[in-house]
Write a protein that binds this ligand. Sequence first.
Ligand code: ATP
Length: 229
Amino acid sequence: MSLLSLSNVTVAYGASQALFDVSLSLEAGQVMALMGRNGMGKTTTVSAICRMLPVTGGTITFDGQDLSCLPSHRVARLGIGLVPEGRRCFPNLTVHENLIAAARPGPWDFTRVTGLFPRLAERRDQLAATLSGGEQQMLAIGRALMTNPRLLILDEATEGLAPIVRQEIWAAISTLKRETGMAILLVDKSLTELGQVADTAVILQRGETVWCGKFNDLTDKISSRYIGV
Ligand code: ATP
């Protein structure tokens, strides 16, 4: 049984439909890339999974449980950790306070998170608002890990960051894949880096699933047609 399964999911913003029958299936311990050009429905899919948007059709199940009736805070409690687009850390709390506020029981605590991102230990008592973009992104990932998720979702986690910081984030994602059994859903456009961690891929175009399969089966023709590289 899949850990996360979307079956014919539809979502609308008022009268404007954004997702049309999106289906995908992510197994425990696997990394999936969710791709597509701008505005194709990736963030909407993530928001639907995390119950931040109402689903108008289809079903979303996590570990066999139907998510459609749950409020978003219950989704987090089930074991889905979201690193949202734009990071959204609490600007007036310190790094330590941001992390502790998210803590739920499990192996991921302040010590383990700062083992993955030593920079966060150096910035422990600094307000999140004073961190660089890359450090805020590390904090956002750390905060999601503090919830001890079974599924980690990263929405554009490397967008707009300096190359060296991007490398640090990708290295952390590789470490998570190698050392934990956590399933990871990655929204990103960096095909080369995705290729080093992703087992499977799903491509959205105008709110529809137009391709899904093993990441290694993604051809240049498909990439250039749907992702623009
Ligand atoms: P990006 O890479 O630019 O973040 P995306 O693939 O994540 O793009 P979405 O943000 O999911 O795309 O947008 C999918 C569609 O839904 C787009 O047509 C977008 O204009 C529309 N949309 C997104 N958010 C809203 C909203 N709050 N109200 C109305 N329409 C929206």
